[in-house]
Design a protein around this ligand. Structure first.
Ligand SMILES: [Zn+2]
Ligand SMILES: [Zn+2]
Ligand SMILES: [Zn+2]
Length: 166
């Protein structure tokens, strides 16, 4: 199978990505100011790389970006930046792909629901507050306190489905 769809995947629906990207960056900046978090050049570099497209990137791809930007070439540099971004809710780890994706919901508290395309590795994030609340209530009923919840749905995006059918 050829990966002609290895071009930068947009979110699965057409949208103004410039605006979407600017909004995400502004939300992170606001959150950093409010929570007194420090956005170092390495952290910003990783976040900006992830915001270029709605595509999951591995720590090694991100390390390449850091190296290109002259910000470091050792894996811990990438892992430390990712750890900060994930811990603060600006980036999510997609277990299914062992990769990372920028959050499109401004780092607010939410259950992340991902639609992951296995063709182009495109990732769309949906927020379903009722689903999160329902799961949390069910967990609470069993005396379980949920600290982190990520739901991953794998499949094919419209473009990859077309490519497969062709
Ligand atoms: Zn976008
Ligand atoms: Zn998110
Ligand atoms: Zn796809």
């Amino acid at each position: 199978m050829t990966r002609s769809s290895d071009i930068e995947a947009e979110a699965f629906g057409p949208h103004d990505h410039q605006a979407c990207r600017a909004q995400a960056l502004a939300a992170v900046e606001a959150a950093c100011a409010a929570r007194r978090l420090r956005m170092t050049p390495a952290r910003a570099c990783v976040l900006e790389a992830l915001l270029e497209a709605h595509r999951a990137m591995t720590a090694y791809e991100l390390l390449d970006r850091l190296r290109e930007a002259g910000l470091g070439s050792q894996p811990p540099v990438a892992y430390r930046a990712l750890d900060f971004l994930v811990r603060n809710g600006f980036v999510h780890r997609i277990e299914r792909l062992s990769a990372f994706v920028a959050c499109t919901h401004g780092g607010s508290e939410h259950v992340a629901v991902f639609l992951i395309c296995r063709g182009c590795r495109g990732v769309a994030e949906a927020v379903l507050p009722q689903l999160g609340a329902g799961l949390a209530a069910s967990a609470a009923g069993q005396g379980f306190s949920v600290e982190r919840m990520v739901i991953e749905g794998e499949g094919l995006c419209a473009r990859c489905r077309e490519a497969e059918a062709a």
